[in-house]
Design a protein around this ligand. Sequence first.
Ligand SMILES: NC(=O)c1ccc[n+]([C@@H]2O[C@H](COP(=O)([O-])OP(=O)(O)OC[C@H]3O[C@@H](n4cnc5c(N)ncnc54)[C@H](OP(=O)(O)O)[C@@H]3O)[C@@H](O)[C@H]2O)c1
Length: 428
Amino acid sequence: MSGQEVPVALRAESDILVANAGKLRPLGTPFAANDPVGWWDVVEVNLRGVYNFVHFSIPELQKSKGQIVITSSAGAHLRIATGSDYSVSKFALGRFAEFVALEYPDIKVFTVHPGIVATAMNAEAGVPIPAEDAVALPAATMLYLTSGKADYLSGRVYPTVDPKVHYTSQTYKGKVVLITGASRGIGLETALQYARSGASLSLASRKQETLDDSKNAILKEVPNAQVLTSVADVKNVEKAEAAVKATIAHFGKLDILVANAGKVRPMDKPFAAKDPVGWWDILEVNIRGVYNFVHFAIPELQKTKGQVAIISSAAAQWRLPTASEYCVSKFALGRFAEFVTLEYPDIKVYTIHPGVVATAMNIESGAPPAEDAVALSAATVLYLTSGKADYLSGRYVSATWDLGEVERDWKEKIIQQNGLVNKLSIPN
Ligand SMILES: NC(=O)c1ccc[n+]([C@@H]2O[C@H](COP(=O)([O-])OP(=O)(O)OC[C@H]3O[C@@H](n4cnc5c(N)ncnc54)[C@H](OP(=O)(O)O)[C@@H]3O)[C@@H](O)[C@H]2O)c1
């Protein structure tokens, strides 16, 4: 399919593109024993064919804040011997979809494995897996995905955590929220969402200038917002104490602490090849920085039966080579949160993976592609501190989960088995 052949028949009001056309050659022959032109043809149909239609749909889908469903395959994640052309092309579609989400954040995009269905393609290729799935299932899945019910799968705010309800009902009116690392990124977006929901804000980070920028950005949107700023390096005990004291002196109480400030180093070398002082500095910002603020907030949070949102990371659960300092620090935060609930049972605390978000820190670290909207990270924090998910207190929560589904299908098991906490794995 050449660029010139693409039929551009999209109307201005196009909402959804289903890029479904695809090709599979008969399996059974290793690639070098098969026709090389045929190998490329499969890649061209499956990858270029999708690209072509997505390319020309983008301007229209931007207007309609539309959606793209790409029919991929479980073959994207399997290594099916003799099906390299198919697997490689479907694998590449997943990464392409990530670029759609990154470069056009208003458009939702899903890559969908349709199941194993007895279609002409499936029969001709001799797929060695029984075709057990009804053709109605992939179609129903596509309708479900594009209905807006599963936007979290596209890294966007989804109905369960949608903060608009807090804006209209002013959920946080009369509440005082202290946020560290509020000068940009996830901390700033969280401050904005709380301000829109009626909260008074106390913001802390290391430079008055950037704190002023944050305050101005908030006042521009919410002119009557109450915003206090404190210059504090979270590593510094006295500065943490001063920031909490200033909050109490100004607002008289504290309801919510969002311990968000964090640091990462480029994930480029094994730890012994990197500066050892820098290794410890990450632990100091990420663990001691959280500890310092929680320590001084505790007496105030006990009075208000308040809450702590600790911004952790999925790295807490991963073993990322070249990122031991970051992974170890975020892992430790999970255990620390358990101690908060044990020693101060009146206070609710959550360790939260905010998603992978294109912030200054994310770009600097060379982390995986940022797929998630910063609004999703903040919306998840507001949802958790709204009292709707107290059963998750003391536990690890990810902004990339559908928390409605977690409550519906997992809540009982999480409580019964004390799930979502760090445990030692014992072989059985
Ligand atoms: N972005 C992601 O993909 C991602 C994924 C998982 C977890 N996280 C976590 O999300 C949190 C927020 O990060 P972000 O992505 O929003 O990064 P960011 O845009 O770079 O913001 C980091 C914030 O932390 C502040 N900060 C850094 N060191 C500090 C220190 N020593 N004392 C006080 N404030 C300090 C920065 O302010 P100043 O420099 O002005 O002090 C800034 O406000 C972090 O805990 C991070 O580990 C992010």
